[in-house]
Every structure is written in structure tokens, then in C-alpha cells.
Design a protein around this ligand. Structure first.
Ligand code: ADP
Length: 916
């Protein structure tokens, strides 16, 4: 099957390359003509392409000329001529594919081709790198070429002032890390002013090391979190108020004197209403409690949220009872499902109700860190109009790229034939024996003057090995993927004769190991030196090259770079990355992995088989087994783990897809609100919908008058919205009024009240106020919704859903939560805008300023490796450890005996927990 598939894919790859080669021939044919242009004429091509594109010439049609122009500029700016294989890769990238190109073949330079071509469209091109160091380095480096051609380049990095960031996004080309792009997207959707947003619509991205970013890092979402204002104190104080208010003996009725009391309870709709008198009592009590300043009204714009807190406290005290709607368990309020009686572990009532109940019960009021926004890389990158990527190792993950991102992988041939020797794995019984063999190999290389790069899967192992080398008096460098800039320098030296470098897989990514050591920096310095003439520069560069040549020859003679793997990684791709550091651009090189039956991967997956083989062969102590069969069975084990990890990512994605759809809807609406010159019509529509809902609760459509509860409606209007409308009286006078007539009258009354408010402060200030109330409501409720979704996701597996698919249940409930949220946004906006008492434009401005203030503190950005990027080297080790628990934020905490969250039905310890 697999080989059949390979054949099929193989031939598809060949077909694509054949197409691309035709284009390369066209590009090559333009070379001499392009070379004849002056620098200025070459640069003028950019504007020419821009205007031709504006007049309808497609980027595809411009490709041959544009690529020829980039190649010519590369020659002039860097002294490097794009190889034909780089052209092939560039075409693949332009076509929205993944170009798999071996390490060292020059992906950085290759990317300039599609970057330039696509930047002509003027919609912005994003180049995504794995760390900030590479983003800056590549932007600086390749930016020279873009600058030469009259294009601007920007970089986005963490903690950059906003105006710089906006400028960087406005540039033709923007470099940055996946995290920064993702977080900026989320931040943009939290802004209160259009001009504070950073990104333009996402047009085209090239993702470097696409496998790391879209696969390894996609296991955890990006999360922005913060603490909403701490209202614990308010909940507790407010809880003292309801017992001091008197409940009416019955609901008020028409034609009857209002019963004594401050509030009444509508059990049907689970609502509580304050009477006129109750309202006065409440203001007095709140002042006594020190919650409301003396003499101020509950309807002042500043206190508008107090009313909400009071109503929630009243509901908690009159409608929710322990051991009916909820139980108190281990100091927590747990909801009881009203239909099934089951405990809804992990669910919380929204809108502050849960906290109010907690205050009533005297248990701890949960003031959690709230998720303000979150997105997975999968969903972020799928928003680009066109996406492409490049890496040395995509082949093993081609299926996932296709499945999740619809990205096809094209394997680009090497410029020169690859001559690295990959030796079979050697497997030892014990770790001790394995390390002895590794030391022997390293010593041998060192003595023969062959540079060696030793790869480990963890920092601990790097340090262990470093200790052993120290004992053995072998000089070495250790890289931990912490200080990207310094590491790049060390890696550049790693090819010097006899050098020993230990590195975790991530270390020094993106930097080339040149046999004999790198001279690029020296060459660059000479090139950049303005005091030298071109001829002088050439002589000096020649000299640097001549000095370097013997070292290069020596290393080549010793066999090139030697790669030693000390353990197999879970994923074959990472092993291939390590191997790929040797044998670049036709250099000699070799690689071997040393393993032992005590390695975690072997213990869990391949140990028994390999041990049986070893025992049958009766190998003497210290003797390794080395056979294709063993290497294959290890690969099978890796494939299994890869499959599992794929499932975990897919699982995450399937859950995220639900919130993704909701996020898109909500962000789109939020942006509409932000961009619209006025949202008056929307507000009017919301009010009308809210009115209809309220009226229909009391006067159902097409009902007879006996079913109507006009008095209750009258009261509700007054209590909820401060709308006083003598409906009962009207009906007495005009007995022919239909339900629709009443609806219309209420709508008229609401409109009248509303226009009155607008007239007081003026149209323009009020429009701004409407906008900020709306944004505020959207943000607050969305945050709450995110945390409900989180709770839901964590709880859904723990609830005993007999025979039910948790994912389906999740989808269904998530949808209900979302529509509930939209209703709450509507009701909030309508209530606040109808009841707020403002008299002057100044008052509106003040209220607006307060609303627009961020109501969250302690904003934090999370992704498994983002913290690391921000932390300094000292703290870095700790972060690495947390980075090794990538599923932390995603998957619920599960006990070893709980069902596995992947939904397999197996126990966690027998499924994904095996790896933990
Ligand atoms: P990759 O990212 O594919 O591993 P790099 O982009 O780091 O490779 O490039 C590897 C090295 O090859 C760099 O030193 C670069 O300057 C050099 N290089 C790339 N393309 C060319 C070219 N067309 N001509 C000469 N040198 C090149």
C-alpha cells in the first residue's frame, strides 16, 4: 500500500517539477537581458510590475520576469545567484505549496523570489520564522535585496511600540514569528479604536520551518489571559442587601393596589423585579453599605453595573437553592442539571450569578485568570488567502499538511547530489554501554579532526553528555536553544576541524554548519565596508577564502560533518532534521544513532521485540545489535507515536473548530461595530428585538386577551428599562387593541425615550457612547463565554455521557452557550442605553473614557515557547521544562484511570497517558 502510494505521490511530484522546470527555462532565457539593465533600471522594474498587475496582468504571468529580476539583484546585492532548484522551490511557494528542500540548500534566499512577486500585489507578504533572532536576521539580510528593488521590509517582535508595529505591517514585506503574528491578530480584535489595529487582511504567508510551526507548535493554542477586575468584595457586600429588602406577597396586578414590598419574583422566567419603592430602598441600602456614594443614583453611567450586581444577588437569594439547583461540594458550588439531576461538574453560571451564589454560601469566590482571547496556529494560518511553507523535513508529515491545511508537499531536488552516509542504528542493552560507544565515536572523530555534532532530545541529556565529555577531557560546546543569537555563532563554528558540539534538536535552527567554519560574517563585513573599493573588497574576500580553504579541505578529507544521535526522537522528522545538518550542498558527511533498550521510546514501544532479537542472537556484553530490521522496527514505533500525536492535534483542532466558527462570527461583528460610522441602526434593531421578546413573554403572538398579562408587562418595562407606559389604561379605553398594536406602542415608547436621550447630549457624542457600550458588552460576554467553553471542554469527558459522543455534545452545548451569549449582549446593551442617565456631552465623554479603559489586569501571553522568547537565559531552563508539557492548556487534567480525553474510550494511562 505505502509503496504504491509513494509511487503515486512520486509521479505527482515529478509531474509538478516538470511543469516548474518549463518556467525555469523561461526565467533562464531572460537572464542576459536582465543582466544588461543598470541598477536603476532593475529597481524600476518593481513599479512597472506593480502597474502591469494593477492593469490586470496576473502574478502568474509576471513570474518569469519577476524571478529573473530577483536573481539578478541577488547577484548584485549578495554575490549569490539563485540556483535553478531555488527557482523550482520558489515556484512551489508561489503556488501555495510546501517546498521540501534539504537543509543548507538555501531556503532563505529561495523565499525572496515568491516574496517579491507576491509583494507586487501590495497586500502584504508575511514571512514566518521560528524565533525573533531569525526574523530580525532574515529581515536585515534579505531586506537589502528588497530595498534594492524599492520595496519596504518590516519586522514584528514582542514588546514593540504599537506605532512601529503598525508600520511594520504596512510594509511590503513583514518578517516575524508565528507567535507574534498570531498574538497580533488576537490583540487587534481587542482594540477599541480602528487606528490601533496592526494587521491588514491576511493575504500571503511563507512559513519557514513549516513543520515545526504548523505541527510541533500547533499542539498548544495561543492564549491571551488576564484577570477581570476583582469584584470579590462587591459580591460579598452585595450579598448582604437582598435579606434587607422585602419581597412582595404576590406579583402586582392591574386594578389592585401594589402590594407592600420592594421586589417581586417571576419564577417562570427566573427573573426578579424591583418596584419603585424597592428601587429607593436599594439606593439607601447600597449607600449604607458604602457601595453607592451618598446622593448618587443607580442609573448614573458610573454605577450602571451596580444595578446588575444587585439583581444577580437578588436572584441568587430568591431563585437558587442549595441541593436543588446546586450543591456545595469541597467548598465549590456545583450546578445540578435540572432535568437529569446529574452534577454538571465544571459548569458555571454566567454573568456573575455563580459568584453571587458563592457569596451567599460563604465559599471562596472564584476570581480566575480569564482567557481573553485564544486561537490555534491551525486556525490562524488557515485565514491567509494563500499559505505556503518550506522545510527540510515535510515528507513524513505530508498527509497532515494536506489534511489540515490543504497544503501539498513538493520535494525539491538538491543542487548537488547528496553523499552523506546514514549508518544503521546501533542498539545496546544498557544506557551505560550506549554512552561508552558514543564517547568512543566522538573521541575518534576529534582525534581525526572531523567535526561532530551530537544531538540530544532534552537539556538533561545534553548536560549528562557534557559531563561525560568533561571527564574524558574532550573540549566541547553545548547548545540549548536558549540564546538564539549566540548559538547561531557557535553553530557557524561547529564545522571547524575536530570541533565537538552538543545540541538539543531545536538549537541553532536556521543556521548553516559550514565545513571548516563559517566565513560569511567576515565576508559580509568586508562587503559592507564603504571605505573599500570594489576591487579591494574582492582581494580581501579572496584572502579570507584562501585562509579558510585548508580547514575546509581538512574537514572534507576527514569525512565532513559527523552527526551522532543519542536517542531517537518520538518523531522521525526531528531525527531527519538532525541528520540533515550534515551533507549540505554536496558536502561529505555521515550519521549514526546510538540507542539502548533503556531509552524511553524503546522501553515503551519497541523494547520487547528488539530485546527478543538480541537474546536470540546471544550477543555478548557491550555488543550492540545493528541491523536494518531493528532500525525498521524502531521506525514502526515512531510511526505509532506520530500517529498518536497527530490525533491529539486533530482533537485539539476539532474542539477549536467550534470556537473558531464562533470567534469568526464575533470578531466580524466586532469589527463592523468598530468601523461603522454609527451603529444607531443596529442598536435600534437590537432594542426592537428585545422589546418583541419581552412583550411576547407576557402577550404571546396570536393569543386571546385572557392569556395576556398586561400588568406584568407594564411592570417589567418600568423595572427593566425605566419605560413607564399605562398599557392597562390604554386597553380599557380602546378595547379593540390587538397584541400587535401593543407591541407597536411599546416600540414607539421605547423609540421616544431613546430619542429623548440622544437629544439631550447630541447625536455625535451619543453615537460614540453607543459604540463603546456595545464593544464593552461584546468583550465582557465573549470572555465569559470563552471560559464557559473551557469549563465545558474540561467537564464534558467527566460527565457520564452514556453512549454519547462527547464531541457532539460539546458542539451542541457550545452552540447553546453562544446563542445565549448573543442574547445577553443584546439585553445588556439595550438595558444600559435605555436606563443610563446622562444629561450633557461631557458626561458622555467621561463615561465613554471609563468604559474604554481596559478592565483587565495582568495581561499575559501564553504559548509553550512564547514565555521562553521573553525570558532571559537564566530563567530559560525552567521554561523549557514547562514547554515540555505542551498539552497543559489544552487538554483537561485527567487522572490516570480516567477515560482518555481523546475519546478513544480507553483509560488515559493506556492511551495518551502512556507518553506522559
Ligand atoms: P537552509 O535554510 O535551506 O538550511 P540557508 O538559507 O541557511 O539554508 O542557506 C545555507 C547557505 O547557503 C547560506 O550560507 C547561504 O548564504 C548559502 N546560499 C544559499 N543560496 C545560495 C546561492 N544561490 N549561491 C551561493 N550560496 C547560497
Amino acid at each position: 500500500m505505502v509503496s504504491l502510494l509513494k509511487k503515486l505521490i512520486g509521479s505527482r511530484n515529478d509531474r509538478l517539477l516538470k511543469q516548474y522546470r518549463k518556467l525555469v527555462t523561461q526565467i533562464n532565457a531572460l537572464e542576459s537581458k536582465t543582466a544588461a539593465l543598470s541598477d536603476a533600471e532593475l529597481a524600476a522594474k518593481t513599479d512597472e510590475f506593480r502597474s502591469r498587475h494593477a492593469q490586470g496582468t496576473s502574478l502568474d504571468d509576471l513570474l518569469p520576469e519577476a524571478f529573473a529580476v530577483v536573481r539578478e539583484s541577488g547577484k548584485r546585492v549578495f554575490g549569490m545567484r539563485h540556483f535553478d532548484v531555488q527557482m523550482l522551490g520558489g515556484i512551489a511557494l508561489h503556488n501555495g505549496k510546501i517546498a521540501e528542500m534539504r537543509t543548507g540548500e538555501g531556503k532563505t534566499l529561495m523565499a525572496t523570489l515568491p516574496v517579491y512577486l507576491n509583494a507586487i500585489a501590495g497586500k502584504g507578504v508575511h514571512v514566518v520564522t521560528v524565533n525573533d533572532y531569525l526574523a530580525r536576521r532574515d529581515a536585515d539580510w534579505m531586506g537589502r535585496l528588497y530595498g534594492f528593488l524599492g520595496m519596504t521590509t518590516g519586522v514584528v517582535v514582542p514588546q514593540q511600540p504599537n506605532d512601529e508595529k503598525i508600520a511594520a505591517y504596512a510594509a511590503d514585506i513583514t518578517y516575524g514569528t508565528n507567535n507574534e503574528f498570531g498574538f497580533d491578530y488576537l490583540r487587534d480584535n481587542m482594540e477599541y479604536r480602528v487606528e490601533d489595529r496592526r494587521q491588514r487582511p491576511l493575504a500571503y504567508a511563507i512559513v519557514d520551518e513549516v513543520d515545526s510551526i504548523l505541527i510541533d507548535e500547533a499542539r498548544t493554542p495561543l492564549i491571551i489571559s488576564g484577570q477581570a477586575e476583582d469584584h470579590t468584595e462587591l459580591y460579598i457586600r452585595m450579598n448582604a442587601v437582598p435579606p434587607l429588602l422585602t419581597r412582595m406577597a404576590s406579583e402586582p396586578k392591574a386594578h389592585e393596589p401594589e402590594p407592600e414590598g420592594d421586589f417581586w419574583v417571576d419564577e417562570k422566567s427566573q427573573q426578579v423585579y424591583l418596584s419603585e419603592k424597592g428601587h429607593e430602598t436599594a439606593e439607601r441600602l447600597l449607600s449604607q453599605q458604602g457601595i453607592l456614594p451618598e446622593g448618587e443614583s443607580l442609573y448614573d453611567p458610573r454605577h450602571i453595573s451596580l444595578m446588575h450586581h444587585l439583581m444577580v444577588a437578588l436572584r441568587a437569594n430568591t431563585l437558587f437553592f442549595r441541593d436543588q439547583q446546586y450543591v456545595v461540594q469541597d467548598g465549590e458550588v456545583v450546578i445540578v442539571d435540572e432535568f437529569t439531576g446529574r452534577l454538571m461538574v465544571g459548569r458555571r453560571w454566567s454573568d456573575g450569578l455563580h459568584q453571587a451564589v458563592e457569596a451567599k454560601e460563604g465559599v471562596k469566590i472564584q476570581h480566575e485568570n480569564q482567557t481573553l482571547a485564544s486561537i490555534t496556529f491551525q486556525n490562524y494560518f488557515r485565514m491567509y488567502e494563500k499559505l505556503s511553507g518550506m522545510t527540510g523535513t515535510a515528507d513524513t508529515e505530508a498527509y497532515e499538511f494536506q489534511e489540515i491545511y490543504s497544503l501539498e508537499t513538493v520535494i525539491i531536488p538538491t543542487n548537488k547530489p547528496m553523499i552523506r552516509k546514514d549508518q544503521n542504528d546501533q542498539v545496546f542493552k544498557t544506557a551505560q554501554e550506549k554512552f561508552n560507544a558514543i564517547l568512543d565515536d566522538i573521541r575518534d572523530c576529534h582525534e581525526r579532526g572531523q567535526p561532530v555534532l551530537v544531538g540530544t532530545t532534552s537539556i538533561e541529556n545534553s548536560e549528562l553528555l557534557a559531563g561525560l565529555l568533561k571527564q574524558a577531557k574532550l573540549p566541547h560546546e553545548v547548545l540549548n536553544a536558549k540564546q538564539h543569537a549566540r548559538e547561531a555563532e557557535i553553530v557557524a563554528e561547529a564545522g571547524k576541524p575536530g570541533h565537538i558540539t552538543i545540541a538539543t534538536n531545536m538549537a541553532g535552527r536556521g543556521t548553516d554548519i559550514v565545513l571548516g567554519g563559517s566565513i560569511e560574517k567576515q565576508v559580509d563585513l568586508i562587503r559592507a565596508d564603504e571605505s573599500l573599493s570594489d576591487a579591494d573588497k574582492e582581494t580581501r574576500i579572496e584572502k579570507v577564502r584562501a585562509d579558510w580553504k585548508p580547514a575546509n579541505e581538512q574537514v572534507k578529507a576527514a569525512g565532513g560533518l559527523r552527526i551522532i544521535g543519542t536517542e531517537r526522537h518520538e518523531s522521525r522528522r526531528i531525527d531527519n532534521q538532525l541528520r540533515g545538518r550534515a551533507g549540505r550542498q554536496g558536502d561529505p558527511g555521515s550519521s549514526r544513532f546510538y540507542l539502548s533498550l533503556e531509552d524511553p521510546l524503546m522501553r515503551i514501544f519497541a523494547g520487547d521485540r528488539v530485546r527478543a532479537i538480541m537474546e536470540r542472537l546471544k550477543l555478548p556484553e557491550g555488543e550492540p545489535i545493528e541491523a536494518g530490521m531493528v532500525t525498521r522496527s524502531i521506525e514502526t514505533a515512531q510511526r505509532k507515536v506520530e500517529g498518536r500525536n497527530f490525533d491529539i492535534r486533530k482533537q485539539l483542532l476539532e474542539y477549536d473548530d467550534v470556537s473558531n466558527d464562533q470567534r469568526k462570527v464575533l470578531y466580524a461583528q466586532r469589527n463592523d461595530v468598530l468601523e461603522a460610522s454609527s451603529i444607531r441602526t443596529s442598536v435600534e434593531n437590537l432594542a426592537e428585538a428585545a422589546v418583541t421578546d419581552l412583550v411576547r413573554q407576557h402577550i404571546p403572538a396570536d393569543s386571546v386577551e385572557e392569556q395576556w398579562d398586561v400588568a406584568a408587562l407594564e411592570k417589567a418595562l418600568a423595572a427593566d428599562w425605566q419605560i413607564v407606559l399605562p398599557l392597562t389604561e390604554m386597553l380599557e379605553k380602546e378595547s379593540s387593541l390587538t397584541d400587535d398594536d401593543i407591541l407597536a406602542r411599546v416600540n414607539d415608547a421605547v423609540r421616544e425615550v431613546y430619542s429623548g436621550k440622544i437629544a439631550l447630549v447630541g447625536d455625535e457624542p451619543w453615537a460614540q457612547f453607543e459604540r463603546s457600550i456595545m464593544l464593552q458588552a461584546i468583550d465582557t460576554h465573549w470572555r465569559e463565554h470563552l471560559s464557559s467553553l473551557d469549563h465545558l471542554r474540561q467537564g464534558i469527558h467527566l460527565r457520564g455521557y452514556a453512549q454519547k459522543n462527547p464531541k457532539q455534545e460539546y458542539k451542541r452545548e457550545a452552540f447553546e452557550l453562544f446563542s445565549g451569549m448573543l442574547d445577553r449582549i443584546r439585553d445588556d446593551v439595550v438595558r444600559v442605553l435605555l436606563t443610563v442617565r446622562v444629561q450633557s456631552p461631557e458626561q458622555v465623554e467621561q463615561a465613554e473614557a471609563e468604559t474604554n479603559q481596559s478592565h483587565v489586569q495582568n495581561v499575559q501571553y501564553h504559548h509553550s515557547d512564547y514565555d521562553e522568547a521573553l525570558a532571559n537565559a537564566d530563567e530559560a531552563t525552567q521554561n523549557e521544562q514547562s514547554a515540555q508539557q505542551p498539552a497543559r492548556n489544552v487538554l483537561p487534567k485527567v487522572g490516570r484511570n480516567d477515560p482518555c480525553p481523546c475519546g478513544s474510550g480507553k483509560k488515559y494511562k493506556q492511551c495518551h497517558g502512556k507518553l506522559a
